[in-house]
Design a protein around this ligand. Sequence first.
Ligand code: NAD
Length: 344
Amino acid sequence: MIKVGINGYGTIGKRVAEAVTLQDDMKIVGIVKTKPTYEMRGAIDANYPVFASTKNKIPFFESKGIEVSGVTEDLVNLADIIIDCTPGKLGVNNMEMYEKAGTKAIWQGGEKHEPIGTSFNSLTNYSESIGKDYVRVVSCNTTGLSRTLYPLLNEYGINNVQAVMVRRSGDPKDSDRGPINSIEPVLNVPSHHGPDVQTVISDLNIQTMAVKVPTTIMHVHCIIVELESEPDVSRVIELWDNTPRVDLIEGFLHNEGNKIRNLPGTAEIMEWARDSLYTRGDLNQIAVWKDGVHSFGNKLYYYQAIHQESDVVPENIDAIRAMCNIESDSFKSVEKTNKALGIN
Ligand code: NAD
């Protein structure tokens, strides 16, 4: 049993903790919180040992009746591997602490690739993380782009990718994020997403742009791929149908000449995830609109939706298996993780 500690129990941390608990080859030995806020609820119900981020915070937890098992360093010493889910750009400061304890660590997409040295996606470069001490699971957007581009690269070869990320402004719980009534473009081109995909699919020729919109539930990607040969749309759909963690959805249904709204947008997709009884109503899979896939010559056009809070969760589980040398075959790990999480 791999002993897993979670440092930073927010949007990603609590989901990775739940996913670890569902596996039979790893377990949670503790979670670190900075404050005894409402997000403690899940940790307490699941009986995870709670560690305070620093010693001076312990009385605050105790004043709320929460038993504290120690501080961050104690959890780091206890665990075989730490999943660092602290806010982006903060987590990498913990590397020295992990090094000192000889504990492996996984960071998230808010960190830069360089200081960590290895970036991870289950489908594209699992083997690079086998036995590694420090790995970064790429961001939600990069995970989504990688999952659908990689099968195209293998089947057709890719000359160039151009993609626009329509990004949610904050997560549903983030009432302090904006914009509320504005659409904000990222004025640097390429946006960081394209170069980030290159950390898990090297040599891919990709440029990205991004705009932030006032929604909280999903990102949408508009993607144009210039392939090395002319694609057949039905073959492309078949490829994605056979790709783990990609779900093909239909925006509209057609009946006797009528066009019926089915899953035309992100609101309906998240309702469908809730109807499917996925944990928390999350959608770990990337949703690709089957009726939005088109080709003109060598160019393929498609749209996909990313549930930013959850698509990276299964990748964290696979990264643990690779780094701790418990599975060298990516497909076996992906299959095991998916089965435990109830996803395809
Ligand atoms: P979050 O703000 O929801 O959670 C971060 C948690 O870390 C909070 O509970 C915060 O209190 C805690 N924290 C802050 N300082 C800490 C410290 N010193 N020690 C321990 N805990 C501390 O953030 P998140 O959305 O879960 O993001 C975590 C990482 O995951 C970031 O790198 C982010 O870029 C990445 N990520 C986020 C999303 C997303 O959409 N939310 C998607 C993919 C990747």
